[in-house]
Design a protein around this ligand. Sequence first.
Ligand SMILES: [Zn+2]
Length: 439
Amino acid sequence: MRKKLVLVVVDGMTPAAFERAVESGRAPGLAFLAEHGDYRKATSVFPSLTPVCLTSIATGAGPGVHHIPSLVWWDRQERRIVEYGSSFAALRAAGLSQSLVDTIFNMNERHLSPDASTVYEALEDAGLVAGAANITCYRGRHRYLPTVPGLHRAVHGPRRFFFYGLFESDRTGAPFAVRSRRAGSVDAYASAVGRWLVTRDGFDFLAYYLSGYDFASHAAGPHGEAAERALEQADAAIRVLLDAAGGPDQFLERYAVILLSDHGQTPVEHAVRLEEKFADLQGQVVVAASNRAGQVYLLPGARTDPAELARRLDGFPAVDVTLRREGEEIVARRDGADGPVERLEHPDVVWRARSALANPNAGELLVSAAEGWELTDLGGRHHAGGGSHGSLVAGDSLVPVVTVGLKAELHRITDVAPAVLAHFGVAVPESMEALAGVG
Ligand SMILES: [Zn+2]
């Protein structure tokens, strides 16, 4: 009998934070899984920002296939900014109600490419029961209306579907999640749902997403005591699942586990507006920046080109490297000189750059921030003095991965979905990236 499988995603957990927590004894749940499984580092996608990363995990494909380009981007068809929640100020700047509709409904129903299969769709088409708790990429075969009175638009999720209390496939008694993120109610909601599901053994596959750690690491930086305390809370939310099965050993008798993060985080000291380098091009370009990544879009009729946009950032200390396409080639510009992307030292950079630029929703110029720098969002907000992510650098890009009871070696976050399908003996759809190392 094949075991069922739980995927745990701890947003923003770096390999160093994971290792510290396991070795210090402060995270007994993580330590138990590490002790019984295989641990390695894997690479995230570019930009290493949560909506892009979680969609890559759930679809087994990079942004070139799933089409979610960043936390904030320019929709060329609708000629407007899409903002998934860089900050409350950024949501307001982009239009609060439109941004909530984009984040809650459109990301899955419209922006996510219909050509990308999700792990939930592939599993349920094969007759298995899939579940999703709070993960922002949730597209499945079952139709759900919001639980909130006055909202009438439907979304499609897996058979077991729980999204911050706004969509619920089952009544679990879990508290409504969006009350106060600071108080940890978002992860408390996920763990209440997780306890309910494991107690009933109510799924074959469950994606269990915890966001509280990333929030704390942004505020206080990835190396501080506050982040370590937040990781203890994530650990407690993982132990809720173990306890619901009757204990850690009983949990592993029933479930295989993939535990990983979606991206890393690095400390940031400075923040700057990327827009200031393009201020004279109003009406010709749109700049969409957030955290440690930015995109510059050329509008129809613009009297400039991507190479000129890249040259404008020469000597700008916030920028490490820019990427653009010239025909079939990818040009990386750094320190005032163009070169092939292959010369960059960033992890898995060739595939990540290629996939990011193959996205029809990406800007003509992609910007990866330098260490220590952040690009302010639409609302002028940043995390200087704390932590951030989004760039190609190793600290933003490497994630810890623990697999328990699984034969696959996961080297990219896009390896998760094909590994899950291989575990269940389900054919891997063509849209998913090929997985190396499935035993
Ligand atoms: Zn984040």
